[in-house]
Design a protein around this ligand. Structure first.
Ligand code: DC
Length: 237
């Protein structure tokens, strides 16, 4: 690929910070803060699985129709933006679908369709297209293992299931959404099981990933640790 200054850069020379882990580990927030700090692009790969669900619902495609879902995934017209208040905005074509993408039901369905090999393959190229100069911070489940196996920095975030449920509960409460903690805990356990037990790209740390347990850490503390890991890894390149 060619930069705006006409310099040719090979995709594999563009650094990627892969941040993987289960939901509720703070991955999304940490990836966004790291992308801002580094001035790099951001890939929220979970949003692409969620968008496939939203696109299917818009076009009345059944959530068990693997080949139709794969076609939708391959043709997703997605745009990530920021509203004037700084909140994220996600567009499918011209439509702002942020609320639909972020709701709990969509997350649950995304985890189901993410187990379909054809859907994962269909989203591969789109995910890799985010690898642009000067670099990419990629957040997901299989960034370090499958999508960017050559990423120079791989971080796998964990936290206890209880802590992850508490964090998600607070996040939803702050948005005015009331879901009971036991229901959320059961949902998280179920989603963990599906994501780790699926046959394709199951959720697990890459063999060369740095594992960071965030259970007793604040977001700022995690960001500071991630900055150190990134600085060390990039200075070794
Ligand atoms: O991170 P998230 O909650 O937005 O992800 C929603 C679902 O998508 C998650 O339960 C599993 C799936 N997913 C995946 O299989 N691979 C990714 N790289 C990202 C998400």
């Amino acid at each position: 690929m060619e930069t705006s200054r006409g310099i040719v850069v090979e995709k594999q020379d563009i650094a990627v910070v892969a941040i993987d882990g289960p939901s509720g580990t703070g991955k999304g927030t940490i990836a966004r803060q790291m992308a801002e700090y580094l001035g790099w692009h951001l890939l929220d790969s979970g949003a692409l699985y969620r968008l496939t669900v939203v696109a299917a619902q818009d076009s009345a495609v059944a959530l068990d129709d693997e080949s139709a879902l794969a076609s939708l995934a391959a043709g997703l017209e997605v745009r990530f933006a920021s509203a004037t208040d700084g909140n994220e905005q996600i567009f499918l074509g011209q439509t702002d679908v942020t609320d639909d993408v972020r709701n709990e039901e969509t997350g649950k369905n995304a985890s189901k369709i993410a187990a379909m090999p054809a859907v994962r393959t269909a989203l591969m190229e789109l995910q890799r297209s985010f690898r642009e100069v000067p670099g990419l911070v990629a957040d997901g489940r299989d960034m370090g293992n499958v999508v960017f196996p050559d990423a120079p920095v791989k971080i796998f975030l964990t936290a206890s299931p209880e802590e992850r449920a508490q964090r998600r509960h607070k996040q939803l409460k702050d948005k005015g959404i009331n879901v009971s903690l036991p229901v959320l805990s059961a949902d998280i356990a179920e989603r963990d099981r599906r994501d780790t037990e699926r046959a394709v790209a199951p959720l697990r740390p890459a063999s060369d990933a740095e594992i960071l347990d965030t259970t007793s850490l604040s977001i700022d503390e995690v960001v500071e640790r991630v900055k150190k890991i990134v600085a060390r890894a990039l200075s070794d390149r």
